[in-house]
Design a protein around this ligand. Structure first.
Ligand SMILES: *Cc1c(COP(=O)(O)O)cnc(C)c1O
Length: 367
């Protein structure tokens, strides 16, 4: 509230002001991202990426089928043909061994999605992108403060896209960010960000007037959103710590190691125990060993069938606990089927679409 009031007192609540700069500088310093631009959403950051890569009708873009619609829509809006890759058998992330067979002379880019903040196999994927001279975009919507070894996610591909939607670790209601890791894109990114004008350069005093120089749109968030985001960033470490604690509590409970102790300490976890016992579902659960790695974005279970998952969700709902599933296999979606005849089997994407469930994980969740 203090920062939002301050933004108002400063008399400038449109974009690219004091709090926008504080947030962008924070990310550039903390993670070493070359250039960051706040956007109104990750969807917008992805749309900026598609414009920056100069995607043209007929260009092909390879991405996982198990992802949010925005990953695909941003490129469909530029006329691209989307080519979906299956997930790995042991993780929803894209199967890097199935990418190369999909590359054609029309392929322009690969988009990776770090599901639940877990890094895709970036060394292998970067090697493929380099060998075929393709652009690499990271949909890092779920991957804030997550790493592949030493490298921060969103800082590896040519461009990275983050989300600060309220369902993400760090949020401001609706918000996002584009990271530009290849300097050749920096100047044009600022122009596209500011509606296709060189306004950013003008306000830095580099130009004595500004005008229409390229295509673009209004991708800047208001200072009110940036002020909210800044308060979150100041508390990033404590937010992450809290999420990791919750994540670990779930993990110990579900991998059996500490189930009795978990139930005794937590009436909340005891509700899960009751539903899983009552529905005889313990043997239907697979708890992936590698989940969200460093950033505790999500804790999820994979059931052995859609029917088991439904029984679990309904049992939990009866106890007032909302467990959700989300992505469909986008290749099977109504819209994609209307624009493409692609029917390649993607069994792992189907499995995660049908059988994965996410458990509640948010800062305020107590024991
Ligand atoms: C949340 C999410 C998005 C969309 O983010 P918005 O900020 O709501 O536009 C895109 N891709 C993935 C993988 C997401 O999880």
């Amino acid at each position: 509230m203090t920062y939002i009031q301050d933004a108002i007192n400063r008399g400038k609540i449109s974009g690219n002001g004091h709090y926008t700069h504080l947030c962008q500088d924070f990310f550039e310093k903390r993670y070493g991202f070359q250039k960051c631009l706040l956007t109104t959403s990750c969807t917008d950051a992805l749309e900026m990426a598609a414009i920056l890569l100069d995607i043209q009708p007929g260009d092909e873009v390879i991405m996982p089928a198990f992802t949010y619609v925005s990953t695909a829509n941003a490129f469909v809006l530029r006329g691209a043909k989307i080519v979906f890759v299956d997930s790995k058998s042991d993780h929803p992330n894209m199967d890097e061994t199935r990418i190369e067979e999909l590359i054609t002379p029309n392929t322009k880019a690969i988009v990776v999605v770090h599901y639940a903040g877990k890094a895709c196999e970036m060394d292998a994927i970067m090697e493929i992108a380099e060998r075929h001279d393709l652009f690499l975009v990271e949909d890092a919507a779920q991957a804030i403060d997550s790493f592949d070894g030493e490298k921060p996610l969103g800082g590896i591909g040519h461009l990275g896209c983050f989300s600060f939607h309220e369902t993400k670790n760090i949020q401001c209601g609706e918000g996002g960010m584009l990271t530009i890791n290849d300097p050749q894109f920096i100047q044009r990114a600022e122009i596209i960000w500011e509606k296709g004008t060189d306004r950013a350069a003008f306000f830095r005093g580099e130009k004595n007037k500004y005008g229409w120089v390229d295509i673009g749109s209004s991708f800047l968030p208001s200072e009110l959103n940036a002020a909210y985001l800044w308060a979150q960033l100041e508390n990033l470490d404590s937010i992450q710590e809290r999420r990791k604690t919750i994540w670990e509590d779930y993990y110990h409970f579900f991998i059996h190691s500490d189930r009795e102790a978990s139930i005794l300490q937590s009436t909340y976890l005891n509700q899960f125990q009751e539903v899983l016992e009552q529905e005889s579902l313990w043997d239907s659960i697979h708890v992936p060993a590698i989940q969200s790695s460093s950033n505790a974005h999500a804790f999820y279970l994979v059931f052995d069938s859609q029917a088991s998952r439904t029984r679990f969700i309904e049992g939990m709902l009866a106890k007032g606990i909302l467990c959700i599933f989300h992505y469909q296999n986008l290749q099977n979606s109504e819209y994609y089927q209307s624009i493409s005849s692609d029917q390649r089997p993607l069994p792992n994407a189907d499995k995660y679409a049908d059988c994965l469930v996410r458990l509640p994980l948010f800062y305020e969740l107590g024991k």
